[in-house]
Design a protein around this ligand. Sequence first.
Ligand code: FE
Length: 172
Amino acid sequence: MKDADTDRLPYQLPFPPEAAAEIVVPDAVPEDERVWVPQAEGVWFRPLCLSASQGYWVNVLRVRRSGILSRHLHPNAVHGFVLKGRWSYLEHDWEATTGAYVMEPPGETHTLVVPEDVEEMQTLFQVNGCMIYCDPWGKVTGTEDVFSKIAMCRAHYEACGLGADYVDRFIR
Ligand code: FE
């Protein structure tokens, strides 16, 4: 075969049998309000990848209230990409604005704040391991991991009529 023919040829061998299926979410920021899972007053998340096998999750966080959202410790790195609005941490002098990428290193404890004049913020986060919520002196007040996120999704999708198994498409 000529090079021109092989260039456009799909990979001809099977994928490893243990490899998980890909996830494609055309509406990563969904129109259907039911897809947003309520997290707290004025706070929702939209699951994209819930990695039960590796212990991380990727979601869009949507916040429609201002002020202090949470104080938390990250034992593992977090990656964030701001889709809409602005936010900051009390512990840092920078502000994450629309289009910004943020890497939160392991060991960080920070307090998330959304400014008064922001009606809505949306940020895509990959959270590895867990979130450990705490007071200003590190006393733990709660935790979240991929399994608690999955449980929240299941309960919400069941209640809103999408069905508890709607979450399965995001789990690997
Ligand atoms: Fe954080």
